[in-house]
Design a protein around this ligand. Structure first.
Ligand code: SF4
Length: 362
């Protein structure tokens, strides 16, 4: 088995069949070979540095109804919130003074003029008060190309828009099939972002009901062909207030979804050597050291949460989300210790841009 895995890992690219074989590794030794190879590539191409992205969960108000998501518009149990500009800027100040280098502003998907203006105002304020020293990633869903352009002009440089599944049939098993959840529109939005000069991120969930290993292999090929600069992926974790929860009996055990997510990260690192790859918080919901294990499988980005604790319980995209009671300071201290324990250093004061993006535009 060892020789078989090593033979695949020595190749420059993998066939779909080989990706499926690598995804399926579950025995300690064979999985270890895959993760070690990914970690070695990460160190060779981007060094043993982890970059922080201070995460600001700006608003849980969303106009969409994705069947897996805890903050979907149809979840009437949810207490809606939107952070004030003042609260966002306080979080930005914390990130700046802590030398995080970058922040992510994430929210549900809203396209009202008031929402677009508010994000735009925040972007300009962030650039002014930090002298442009903080890199900004937005993750606010599908918007028009004009809105993306406006936000870029106001200082956003990266945009994360997860496809969740690149298989159209599966996409419509986890999203309502209507004009608000159009597969083609999502792909078009990713292309708009690329056209405008953003560093573009996308990602998937692994371990979804109805999802096969072949689907995930296709997702990996899709992300590679789309030539994204950043990837955020995590295991699917069910939320009891969502329609997809009805399919919970078809799920594999959480630990299997966790292992599958780590294998997916490792394969993506091997195939897309210089991209930024996030160690998603969802991993930690399954294994207390999940994010650190992702670093050892090739991830290089961690998102310490800066959202005021009073809002955290209302931004539960999935259940068992960890650290919802920890404030920004506690979160920083905890993460620092964990990362150093694993022999990685933290890129304080650096934007930590995607090297893949820089290499493409040399
Ligand atoms: S996944 Fe995003 S777009 Fe879908 S309901 Fe949740 S926040 Fe809204």
């Amino acid at each position: 088995m060892k020789e078989f895995i090593n033979n695949i890992l020595e190749k420059e690219s993998f066939s779909k069949k080989e990706i499926v074989q690598l995804l399926s590794l579950d025995k300690y030794l064979s999985k270890d070979l895959l993760h070690k190879k990914a970690y070695q590539i990460k160190n060779e191409y981007i060094g043993n540095k982890v970059y922080f992205r201070g995460l600001i969960e700006f608003s849980n108000i969303c106009s969409k109804n994705c069947l897996y998501c805890g903050i979907r518009v149809g979840n009437t149990k949810l207490k809606k919130y939107e952070m004030s500009v003042q609260e966002v800027l306080e979080a930005v100040d914390f990130a700046w003074k802590s030398e995080y280098g970058s922040i992510v502003i994430q929210s549900g998907e809203i396209s009202t003029p008031a929402f677009i203006d508010k994000i735009d105002f925040i972007l300009k304020e962030v650039a002014t008060r930090t002298n442009g020293e903080i890199g900004v990633t937005l993750s606010c869903g599908e918007q028009t190309k004009d809105t993306y352009r406006r936000w870029f002009q106001s200082g956003a440089r990266r945009y994360l828009l997860r496809i969740e599944s690149s298989n159209k049939d599966l996409y419509y098993k986890i999203h309502p099939k209507d004009e608000h959840h159009c597969f083609e529109d999502r792909i078009a939005a990713l292309k708009d972002l690329k056209d405008l000069g953003y560093q573009v991120g996308s990602g998937i969930m692994v371990g979804l009901p109805f999802q096969t290993m072949e689907n995930i292999a296709d997702d990996i090929i899709f992300l590679k062909n789309l030539d994204v600069d950043m990837i955020g992926l995590g295991p699917y974790i069910e939320h009891s207030d969502t329609p997809l929860y009805e399919q919970k009996n078809y799920l594999t055990p959480k630990i299997e979804r966790f292992n599958l997510a780590l294998n997916t990260i490792a394969i993506l690192r091997i195939l897309m050597k210089d991209i930024n790859l996030a160690a998603a918080t969802a991993l930690q919901a399954i294994d207390p050291e999940g994010r650190e294990k992702a670093l050892l499988a090739g991830a290089n980005i961690i998102m310490p949460n800066l959202t005021p604790t009073k809002y955290r319980d209302d931004y539960l995209l999935y259940e068992d989300k960890p650290c919802t009671g920890e404030d920004a300071k506690q979160c920083k201290g905890c993460l620092e210790g964990r990362i150093k324990k694993y022999g990685e250093t933290i890129g304080y004061g650096e934007w930590g841009d995607s090297k893949h993006f820089a290499n493409k535009h040399k």
